[in-house]
Design a protein around this ligand. Structure first.
Ligand SMILES: [Zn+2]
Length: 109
């Protein structure tokens, strides 16, 4: 069972209280982008076996979007944080690095 803490309202709940929104920290491409950029934005998502950064919405609660760092194998949640960020907070990155040797944050530009 996946237990998430909503960073917006502070409620802890199981995943049925939330709605998954896919990969977090996507670089968006729209008008003016090349076909390849737009294609990759739409269809080329990560599906890692391990650490994944995801978007979630507190659908049966405050209704707000937030981001979560979790492990898709162990279901461990490393932390949740505001959706208004461009990368995970340093404390979450440190926690992941301590538990998953070799993991590194990829740079988004
Ligand atoms: Zn909430």
């Amino acid at each position: 069972m996946l237990i998430l803490d909503c960073p917006c309202c502070g409620v802890r709940g199981e995943e049925t209280e939330f709605a998954a929104g896919g990969e977090a920290h996507l670089k968006r491409f729209g008008p003016g982008s090349t076909d390849d950029q737009f294609h990759d934005y739409l269809f080329m998502k990560e599906n890692p076996k391990g650490v994944h950064l995801e978007r979630w919405r507190h659908a049966n609660g405050c209704g707000k979007w937030f981001l979560a760092a979790r492990n898709t194998v162990t279901m461990e949640v490393y932390g949740t944080y505001s959706a208004q960020t461009t990368e995970p907070p340093q404390e979450i990155k440190d926690k992941i690095s301590a538990k998953v040797p070799g993991w590194s944050w990829r740079e988004f530009s």
